[in-house]
Design a protein around this ligand. Structure first.
Ligand code: FPP
Length: 235
């Protein structure tokens, strides 16, 4: 990467196109997810090498439970395999945070997620957010309920509610907002991803399907981001 390029602090990635990748090859959809999970691992490593502060991958939405049971089961077993290997990331010193409601997962996955968050919480390297059973509207409702409880029990006054307090009640507490959201596979939707956090984020859409996504594609996205003129509402 050219040394004049500014490396973003936080990138959000919607891993899309696994199903189409498999279909093109006459393979079951879960083969697309399997390849997608390999790409997830490689791109995570690359984000570490680039020196990002945070990266967020959208791996499973609250709506994805509606998929056929074999597909959901296939994704769950992939997640288990990968989360068991998550401790390989030790050398990268990643703090791993799960965005979403963990209580919907089976005990094995739930325990793994709690253990990984606990074991990695004091790490000082890149924050690796994995959105699982995540939906941004649900996250916003959850933050609102937390804040309402604080008002009800007298911990804060209504006047204390501001944007910072709201951000601190989201799963991404303490992290910079994403500089850009990347969606491969040609789709141009946000799909209930980080709605609060993306107020000033750039959007970068690419035609490549996620299982074909490479480090070079991420370089190109960062180069494209560098060409954008972010004014944050100013001139
Ligand atoms: C979207 O593609 C992808 C998913 C809903 C699942 C993503 C899951 C993984 C990459 C595997 C597990 C992740 C980790 C963190 C190890 P799609 O199925 O909607 O593709 P399509 O639009 O082509 O059908």
């Amino acid at each position: 990467m050219d040394k004049n390029i500014t490396i973003p602090k936080h990138i959000g990635i919607i891993m899309d196109g696994n199903g189409r990748w498999a279909k093109k090859r006459m393979l079951p959809r879960n083969m697309g997810h399997k390849k997608g999970a390999e790409v997830f691992q490689d791109i995570t490593r690359y984000c570490n090498e680039l020196g990002l502060e945070s990266v967020t991958f959208y791996a499973f939405s609250t709506e994805n439970w509606k998929r056929p049971v074999e597909e959901v089961n296939g994704i769950m077993s992939l997640l288990k395999d990968y989360l068991k290997k998550a401790f390989d990331y030790q050398k990268e010193n990643n703090k791993i945070v799960f965005l979403g409601d963990k209580s919907a997962f089976d005990k094995e996955l739930y325990d793994l997620m709690i253990e990984i968050e606990e074991e990695t919480k004091d790490r000082t390297g890149m924050v690796l957010n994995i959105a699982l059973n995540y939906g941004s509207r649900g996250e916003i409702v959850r933050a609102t309920k937390n804040i309402a409880k604080m008002v009800k029990n007298g911990a804060i006054d209504i006047e204390d509610i501001d944007e910072n307090l709201f951000s601190d009640n989201l799963y991404t507490k303490g992290q910079p907002d994403p500089d850009f959201i990347l969606r491969p596979s040609g789709e141009k939707r946000i799909s209930n991803f980080l709605l609060w956090q993306i107020a000033y984020s750039e959007f970068i859409y690419m035609d490549v399907l996620w299982p074909d996504f490479t480090r070079k594609d991420l370089d190109n996205a960062i180069i494209e981001f560098n060409k954008r003129n972010r004014r944050f509402g100013g001139v």
